[in-house]
Design a protein around this ligand. Structure first.
Ligand SMILES: [Fe+2]
Length: 306
């Protein structure tokens, strides 16, 4: 089955701005550019985990999941066939671009390109954050997490749990929010789904740092930037994964949650799904910037191929 969230790819007219924002503010390391001049960013010894490609509009290019090894990958392909997913093999150019041993891909019912791979290339002990942060929490927990908008929560739940094998971690239901959180490894959630009628897209993705001080320094750097990629939700602690984090805008509509101290699910056999009636224990207060910007990469469902 799937081991972890491995990489994410976006397209954006503002892709160049990620070279500065990703390094100076987020503490990621620049990797070699893609063939199309994509800005690629490292967060550990893997050659890269984030790519922002040149594009005419902000878009989700691909969502990359990893299997632990070749045998798991082959078993997963059998699983895909058994659940009726018709997938394509990655071309040699795509394997080189993604820096993986092998991959397959398909487009999910919401128009998102899902990729499964194994054997991503890494360069041990070479990660070097340009702003000297202590490091990101990755490894067995993968890249972090992301939140998709879906038009119908229960339909999307049925699809992603069956096809990707995601397990429900818990739910948050309050005001207009109805969100389900899913895990594939110890990370409390690698993906979450939030219902937004008529829409799909991505609200945010989350990066977790090993040291709480690195969250604080990121807040200072953003506030010193004079309104560029501003904070949209102040520092706070979530009810479900206990992450202490803030949210900021990016050059490309998708938001970032930047946090520390997320909960790790140690034993699936003992895990019991909860429903929370609040998003946060404290903090995560909206700023003015939250309301003046789109809530992520939003795609009306009729433009997503459906
Ligand atoms: Fe999050």
């Amino acid at each position: 089955m799937i081991h972890s969230l491995s990489y994410l790819g976006f397209g954006s007219p503002n892709f160049e701005e990620w070279a500065d924002f990703g390094t100076r503010v987020l503490g990621l390391e620049l990797a070699a550019r893609g063939e199309d001049d994509a800005v690629r960013l490292r967060m550990d010894d893997l050659n890269y985990r984030l790519a922002v490609h040149p594009a005419e509009r902000d878009e989700i290019r691909y969502i990359g999941w990893a299997c632990a090894n070749e045998a798991e990958f082959k078993a997963y392909l059998q699983h895909l066939t058994s659940v009726g997913v018709e997938f394509e093999s990655g071309s040699s150019g795509e394997l080189e671009e993604r820096q993986v041993a092998d991959l397959v891909w398909w487009v999910d019912p919401y128009g998102h390109r899902q990729e499964i791979s194994w054997g991503k290339r890494s360069s041990p002990t070479t990660f070097n954050s340009p702003r000297g942060i202590s490091g990101f929490v990755t490894g067995a927990q993968g890249l972090g997490h992301f939140v998709l908008f879906v038009p119908n929560l229960l339909e999307a739940d049925e699809y992603y749990t069956r096809v990707l094998g995601l397990k429900l971690s818990d739910r948050i239901i309050f005001n207009n929010f109805n969100i389900r959180f899913y895990h594939v490894n110890g990370r409390h959630h690698s993906m979450a789904l939030g219902e937004m009628p008529g829409m799909t897209g991505m609200n945010h993705f989350m990066l977790e740092v090993q040291n709480f001080g690195d969250v604080g320094r990121a807040i200072d750097l953003i506030n010193d930037d004079g309104g560029k990629n501003p904070i949209i939700l102040t520092l706070g602690r979530h009810t479900n994964d206990l992450m202490t984090s803030f949210y900021c805008d990016t050059p490309s509509s998708v938001k970032i949650e930047y946090g520390h101290g997320g909960y790790v699910i140690r034993d699936d056999a003992e895990w019991m799904v909860q429903t929370y009636s609040a998003n946060s224990i404290w903090g995560h207060r909206p700023t003015e910037a939250l309301h003046s910007r789109p809530p992520g990469i939003l795609i009306p469902i009729d433009q997503s191929g459906n």
